[in-house]
Write a protein that binds this ligand. Structure first.
Ligand code: 13P
Length: 253
């Protein structure tokens, strides 16, 4: 049975003290309730050690970095390597968020490199994909997402792909309060799974968790997560509010 995942993406928000308080509240109120449920917190780099310590010994709860370098080590001032993350016990890395693609020019090809270095080091990528509004309006979102998958993922073996979590985040729904309808989310998630099945076979495709991201909140999580191909969410704004994220965790199917 594939994993159902509630993943918080704090982005560049909160002080250390605020982050600690938020984690304390959420962890006290919500625990993954089923064997196949996972809760992930993608926190800013300086808070990784604190967060990792907070979740230590908690089943099904993990910390993620929001990015990593495509290089192993060396003279890359300001970068953070997978090996460093690993030495803290970090298990997941968010890769290819639309904000990194847009503001830091991350290309499908660079993301393929980052995926490689993560997988070589047993770090699980949460690979983000998704189209901008003008692509949705032109009706070419399937082609666009298929290209993102092809250029960043299809060099991987089936076994490697099974370590990847995919997050579909339509850019027009991120931070806008405008959520994709559950039908729109299901349609794209089914399309992504179908693409993976064509490339890797149905068994591999069926085992991959595909999360939805874009204005997920307590009020819409149950409806979104109830869709057959939506395996949880990657949550920005609502993950910064303890009661919201606790409700989102309990909306996992
Ligand atoms: P919001 O939930 O704030 O729309 O952000 C979604 C997102 O980008 C998660 O990675």
């Amino acid at each position: 049975m594939r994993k159902q995942i509630a993943a918080a993406n704090w982005k560049m928000n909160l002080t250390l003290q605020q982050g600690e308080q938020l984690l304390t509240h959420i962890l006290a109120a919500a625990k993954p309730s089923k064997q196949n449920h996972q809760v992930v917190f993608a926190v800013p780099f300086p808070y990784l050690a604190m967060a990792q310590e907070r979740i230590s010994g908690m089943a099904g709860t993990f910390i993620a970095a929001q990015n990593c370098s495509d290089k192993k080590s060396g003279a890359y001032t300001g970068e953070v390597s997978v090996e460093m993350l690993q030495s803290l016990g970090i298990r997941f890395v968010v890769l290819g968020h639309s904000e990194r693609r847009e503001y830091f020019n991350e290309s499908n090809r660079l993301l393929a490199e980052k995926l490689n270095i993560c997988l070589e080091n047993k770090m699980q990528p949460i690979f983000c994909c998704g189209e901008a509004l003008q692509i949705r309006e032109a009706g070419t979102q399937n082609e666009f997402v298929a290209q993102q998958l092809k250029e960043s993922l299809y060099h991987l073996s089936g076994e490697q792909l099974q370590q990847v979590v995919i997050a579909y985040e339509p850019i027009w729904a991120i931070g806008t309060g405008k959520t994709a309808s559950s039908a729109q989310a299901q349609e794209m998630h089914a399309f992504i799974r179908q693409q993976l099945a064509a490339q890797y076979g149905a068994t591999v495709a069926d085992s991959i968790s595909i999360l939805y991201g874009g204005s997920v909140k307590a009020a819409n999580a149950v409806e979104l997560f109830s869709q057959p191909d939506v395996d949880g969410g990657l949550v920005g704004g609502a993950s910064l509010i303890a009661e919201e994220f606790v409700a989102i965790i309990s909306a996992l199917k």
